[in-house]
Write a protein that binds this ligand. Structure first.
Ligand SMILES: [Zn+2]
Length: 182
């Protein structure tokens, strides 16, 4: 069984996709940093992990990976809004999400909200998100996309940086547990 852990957006490559920008950061760089923290924690726990590379477009990663019913698939993003007051963490799941997808996403967003000390914006189905449809959700297994906090909110980012290592350990623990359920 394998965990597929990716960073939304790619900071390097032929076609760079920085994602959202805010408070001196790009979403791609933040997501890569957090992905690396979670991956190193999973490797310590001897979980088999496949990740995207920093120069790989999301579409190419999704084409490359071979997920199955025993996979746990998780991608990190940072939310953004015009108002710097927008705050909190959100998990997204597919329109076809089952009990395990929902439970996984709920644990991710609750852990993130508690550890960062920011609002829990809940679990949204892709059709209820402003993204509409997400390629990630067509992968097999337990799948979720986690928006950690708002890149446009300086207070969210401050809390993220203070607590990111503790959060990465917790997220790795959740991934490992769901991975073992399958
Ligand atoms: Zn994103």
């Amino acid at each position: 069984m394998t965990a597929f852990i990716s960073a939304g957006h790619n900071p390097k490559g032929i076609k760079v996709d920085p994602g959202a920008v805010g408070n001196g950061y790009t979403e791609a760089d933040l997501a890569v940093e957090f992905r690396n923290l979670v991956v190193s924690e999973l490797l310590k726990r001897k979980v088999k992990v496949i990740t995207d590379s920093d120069d790989e477009r999301l579409a190419d990663y999704l084409k490359r990976i071979q997920t199955g019913s025993g996979s746990v698939v998780l991608e990190f993003h940072f939310d953004a809004a015009v108002s710097s007051a927008a705050t909190g963490t959100t998990a997204l799941i597919g329109n076809d999400a089952d009990r395990l997808d929902k439970g996984f996403a709920k644990e991710l967003v609750e852990s993130t909200s508690t550890i960062l000390g920011i609002k829990n914006r809940g679990v949204l189905s892709e059709k209820d998100s402003r993204r509409g449809s997400l390629g990630l959700m067509r992968e097999q297994g337990i799948v979720s996309l986690l928006e950690l906090c708002f890149i446009s909110n300086p207070d969210d980012l401050k809390k993220y940086h203070v607590n990111k290592k503790v959060l990465a350990i917790k997220i790795a623990e959740v991934v490992e547990r769901y991975e073992n359920m399958l």
